[in-house]
Design a protein around this ligand. Structure first.
Ligand code: C2E
Ligand code: CA
Ligand code: CA
Length: 577
């Protein structure tokens, strides 16, 4: 991917965000604040310049026409004047884009100046975009336009994945400095009553107002995230004084003594339940620490709500002991009450079957289906995921081998693999053994990973992925768009396929910004050489749109729900007829 394309991507994003300006000035402000770039746009036709984003951060004058450029030269250290002039007029060298580093006079700012030119069909330049970026403390966090990647749209607080990353940094710092980090998990009590009784628009507004209130508590060493629905999470580095857990909780309860006044005139009182867990006492890993705080919060709920509870060793044990699913799960592993379903994935272009994603189903003894979204996280916590996961791989490859023998249809089997499975020392060997046993070649297999599993064990897991990929196994990044999704980060991952999360597809028809962002993502991802799959495609309209913007594959209820093996056979019979 060259600079031009990256810039185009960023400009696309920026313009999408710009369009939202009147509705959402806050959003643009945040982008500008976090991009630490200034842009200068030149129109050849009009001979005029316009400045965008953090211009004032670098310069105390504006540039409106060519003559003003001399002021730019005046503001940089002498040795940079000539290179700067050259790069600003790169069209003279018939180049499309170029970047140099420049130092500002009298200030300790190093900036990168990147210029790119857009040419028309006759090779005449039409537009020029110049970006000034502060590279003094070059920092990948600020590398991209980051609103979507880092913030939650509803509340403006950090989104879950970015919060997890920041919390990970707190923990690393605390480890070195022998400090503590507290995590407070907050959840509205009886939020369903608001949502069901007054509608989700009211619910959303309430969440938004509460989020706004929480953002006042943000500060040095305090980070706050809206996870989803009515769940919030606060991370505190070295909690004490004004940022002690007690003070923060008290500030929250004081606020909740007053009602929230909604735009429709309603006044709503809420209470929250809070769970607190501290590094290193409760856990030493980021996700485990959050998990502990969540479990403690559940315990607070079960003890009558509207209270804060602190982690102690027994809470976790009690919790695990008391969860009935957990016990049933143990039996299930034993009796193998599991069934595999397979959801077809189709090539958008011609609706031919690309492959299937294996999705586990669990029927409990009463014949009730329990969703993997419920039991997989528990199985991950208690280790049951290891035998379950092994069973999933074996069962799926067995089915796949049978389809191959019968239909000779070239396709891919995608398997969801959890972090705990990757961590098993013999994981790679086991996969290879099963491939051998069922005579399946590596190209026919795709392993799905989520961004979140890379957070705690990035190096260990990527190393294993690289080994698998060298053999020829495909690796796919699941739920893309829900995490931090930064481009520089993507470039470094050993992946072949990217699955665009259902949450994008859900609003892609109704929300123009989602559309622009989705288009930019697909454009960029294809430039990076990855195959794309859109998840959760439910309507013909979504399908047609995704086809138009060149998304490679489609998975979703519109073309096929998850189904048992014999139904896949029917599909294969159709495909090969
Ligand atoms: P996932 O990997 O993101 O799987 C996609 C989920 O979206 C599946 O839910 C699928 O049934 C659902 N889905 C697909 N198309 C549509 C659609 O058009 N509309 C709607 N509303 N939903 C759609 P499912 O099967 O309940 O699985 C939930 C999650 O459980 C999966 O999310 C995956 O993270 C996990 N999971 C499932 N099977 C396994 C497994 O064998 N191993 C592991 N580790 N995790 C699994
Ligand atoms: Ca998946
Ligand atoms: Ca997914």
């Amino acid at each position: 991917m060259d600079f031009m394309e990256e810039l185009k991507y960023q400009v696309d994003l920026l313009s999408a965000m710009n369009r939202k300006l009147s509705r959402d000035e806050k959003m643009l402000r945040l982008i500008c604040e976090t991009s630490n770039s200034a842009f200068l746009y030149y129109s050849y036709e009009e001979g005029t310049f316009s400045t965008v984003a953090n211009w004032d951060y670098f310069f105390d004058f504006t540039v409106t026409d060519l003559r003003d450029l001399t002021r730019l030269y005046d503001s940089v250290e002498d040795e940079y004047v000539i290179p700067l002039r050259e790069v600003l007029f790169i069209e003279n060298q018939k180049l499309k884009s170029q970047a140099i580093d420049v130092k500002l006079k009298g200030r300790h700012i190093c900036m990168e100046v990147e210029v790119s030119i857009v040419y028309d069909a006759l090779d005449h330049p039409t537009d020029k975009i110049i970006r000034f970026r502060d590279v003094t403390k070059f920092n990948t966090q600020n590398d991209e336009l980051t609103y979507l990647a880092y913030y939650d749209i509803l509340t403006g607080l950090y989104n879950r994945n970015y919060f997890v990353r920041l919390l990970g940094e707190y923990i690393r710092r605390a480890e070195e400095a022998n400090e503590t980090v507290a995590v407070m998990f907050l959840d509205f009590d009886d939020f369903r009553r608001v949502n069901d009784g007054m509608g989700i628009i009211v619910g959303d507004e309430l969440v938004q107002m509460f989020g706004q209130f929480l953002s006042d508590l943000l500060g040095d060493n305090v980070i706050i995230s809206h996870f989803n629905s009515d769940l919030f999470c606060i991370g505190i580095y070295s909690p004490c004084g004004a940022r002690s857990v007690e003070t923060i909780y008290k500030t929250i309860t004081e606020r909740l003594k007053k009602p929230f006044k909604l735009s429709g005139g309603q006044e709503i009182f809420i209470t929250v339940s809070a769970g607190v867990a501290e590094y290193p006492e409760a856990a030493t890993k980021t996700l485990e620490l959050i998990n502990c705080a969540e479990i403690v919060m559940f315990k607070a709920k079960s003890m009558g709500k509207d209270k804060v509870l602190y982690y102690d060793g027994t809470i976790l044990d009690d919790f695990l002991k008391n969860v009935t699913i957990e016990n049933k799960l143990k039996d299930a592993v034993f009796q193998q009450n599991f069934i595999m379903y397979y959801q077809p994935q189709f090539r958008t272009m011609d609706r031919a079957l690309r492959g299937v994603e294996a999705l586990i189903r669990w029927k409990d003894d009463n014949g009730k289906m329990i969703s993997p979204a419920v039991f997989i996280p528990i199985a991950e916590k208690n280790g049951a995921i290891v035998p379950i996961g092994a069973w999933v791989i074996e069962e799926s490859l067995k089915a796949f081998a049978a389809w191959k023998r019968k239909y000779h249809y070239p396709m891919i089997m995608s398997l969801n693999i959890s972090a705990i499975q990757y961590r098993q020392p013999d994981f790679i060997d086991k996969v290879l053994q099963l491939m051998d046993k069922y005579e399946i070649s590596p190209e026919e297999i795709e392993l799905e990973i989520t961004e979140s599993i890379l957070i705690d064990d990035f190096t260990e897991i990527t190393e294993k992925l690289v080994v698998l990929r060298d053999i020829g196994v495909k690796i796919s990044l699941d739920d893309f768009g829900t995490g931090y999704s930064s481009l520089s980060y993507l470039k470094g991952l050993p992946i072949d396929t990217l699955k665009i999360d259902k949450s994008f597809i859900d609003t892609v028809i109704t929300d123009e910004n989602t559309r622009i962002i989705t288009e930019s993502i697909i454009y960029m991802v294809k430039k990076l050489g990855f195959e794309t799959i859109a998840e959760g495609v439910e309507t013909e309209e979504q399908f047609r749109y995704l086809n138009e913007i060149d998304c490679d594959n489609i998975q979703g209820y519109f073309l096929g729900k998850p189904m048992p093996s014999d139904k896949i056979e029917n599909l294969l019979a159709d495909m090969t007829a």
